[in-house]
Design a protein around this ligand. Structure first.
Ligand SMILES: C[S@@+](CC[C@H](N)C(=O)[O-])C[C@H]1O[C@@H](n2cnc3c(N)ncnc32)[C@H](O)[C@@H]1O
Length: 270
C-alpha cells in the first residue's frame, strides 16, 4: 500500500554517520528485550520479516540469523548503507536493506509473516497511517510487532531540575512538530482501531546508576539540540539544561529511569 507521504514529518535526530554510535547504544539497551518479544511472538526459521525504520539493522540482522527471510527499510541512505555493510561483513544471508519511507516503501502487500518497528512511530506525524502500511504488508494471520517509548516517563531519582526541564522541553518540541513522543501508550488501542487483534500489550523500563547507558537520553537530547533550540528561550538555557543532565548522569547517587518502552504484538485477522 503506497500512501502519499503525509507532509510535516520531522526526524529530529541525526540520520548520518554521527548518529551511528548512539544507535549502537540504543541497540545494546533494547535488543535483548526485542529478541525475547519476537521469539515469543513466533518468529522462527522460514518466516518472512520486514523491519521499518531499521536504523543500523541490528534487529534485522538478528532476525536473519534466526532463519527469517528479512527486509530492512529505512529513510536514511546512510543508515541503510551501514546496515548492508554490517550484514555483508558478518556474512549474514537472507537479509536485504532498502532505502525508503514507511509511507511509500513499495513493498508487496500481503506477503510478510511479521512486520516490525522500534522507535519509529513516535517520530512520525502520522503513526496510525504508518501502522496501516505495516498491516497491509502482512499476510492474513501475520503478526505486527511494535516497540515505542513514552518520553514523559524519563526521570531521575532523586528528582533533578536538569531531567525535569529536559523532558518538559522535548515534549514541547514534539507538540510543536505535531509528533507524539508518548505514542507508546497508544500502541495497543491504535492497533485495535485499524482492525488488528491485540495479543500482547506490555511495557518495560530500564534504570541505571552509572555507565554510558545512564546518559543515553542526555545524548539523544543533545543530538536534537538544533530542533530543541526552537522551544527554548535561549541557547544558554538549553545548554544549562543539557549540562545539568550530564551532571546527574555522572552522579552515582542519582538513578536515571529511561523512557518506558511499550511492546505490542497484534495479529492481522485471517
Ligand atoms: C530512533 S531510530 C531507531 C532505529 C532502529 N529502529 C532501532 O531501534 O535501533 C529511527 C529510525 O527511523 C528512521 N526513519 C525516520 N523516519 C522514517 C520514515 N518515514 N520511514 C522509514 N524510516 C524512517 C530513521 O532514519 C532512523 O533510522
Amino acid at each position: 500500500m503506497a500512501v502519499t507521504e503525509p507532509s510535516g514529518d520531522h526526524y529530529i535526530l541525526s540520520s548520518g554517520r554521527d548518529g551511528h554510535e548512539r544507535l549502537r547504544l540504543l541497540c545494546a539497551l533494547h535488543d535483548p528485550f526485542t529478541h525475547t518479544l519476537l521469539l515469543d511472538a513466533g518468529l522462527c526459521p522460514g518466516k518472512t520479516f520486514v523491519e521499518f525504520g531499521c536504523g543500523l539493522g541490528c534487529v534485522s540482522r538478528w532476525a536473519a540469523t534466526r532463519g527469517a527471510r528479512t527486509t530492512g527499510v529505512d529513510l536514511s541512505h546512510d543508515h541503510v548503507a551501514e546496515a548492508s555493510r554490517l550484514a555483508s561483513e558478518a556474512g549474514i544471508e537472507h537479509v536485504e536493506f532498502r532505502q525508503g519511507s514507511i509511507y511509500d516503501s513499495a513493498l508487496p502487500q500481503g506477503t510478510f509473516d511479521f512486520a516490525y518497528c522500534r522507535f519509529l512511530l513516535s517520530h512520525l506525524s502520522h503513526p496510525i497511517a504508518a501502522m496501516r502500511v505495516m498491516a497491509a504488508c502482512l499476510k492474513p494471520g501475520g503478526v505486527l510487532v511494535c516497540e515505542e517509548p513514552d518520553l514523559k516517563t524519563i526521570y531521575s531519582e532523586p528528582p533533578s531540575q536538569g531531567y525535569a526541564q529536559g523532558v518538559k522541553r522535548i515534549l514541547e518540541l514534539a507538540d510543536s512538530l505535531a509528533l507524539d513522543f508518548r505514542f507508546g501508550n497508544k500502541l495497543a488501542l491504535s492497533a485495535r482501531s485499524i482492525g488488528l487483534e491485540v495479543q500482547r500489550a506490555d511495557a518495560y523500563q530500564r534504570h541505571f546508576l552509572g555507565g554510558k547507558e545512564k546518559g543515553y537520553w542526555t545524548w539523544s537530547f543533545s543530538e536534537a539540540r538544533p530542533s530543541l533550540l526552537n522551544t527554548c528561550s535561549s541557547p544558554a538555557e538549553l545548554d544549562k539544561c543539557l549540562s545539568d543532565m550530564r551532571k546527574v548522569d555522572r552522579d552515582p547517587k542519582v538513578m536515571v529511569g529511561h523512557a518506558r518502552m511499550h511492546q505490542l504484538v497484534a495479529r492481522k485477522p485471517s
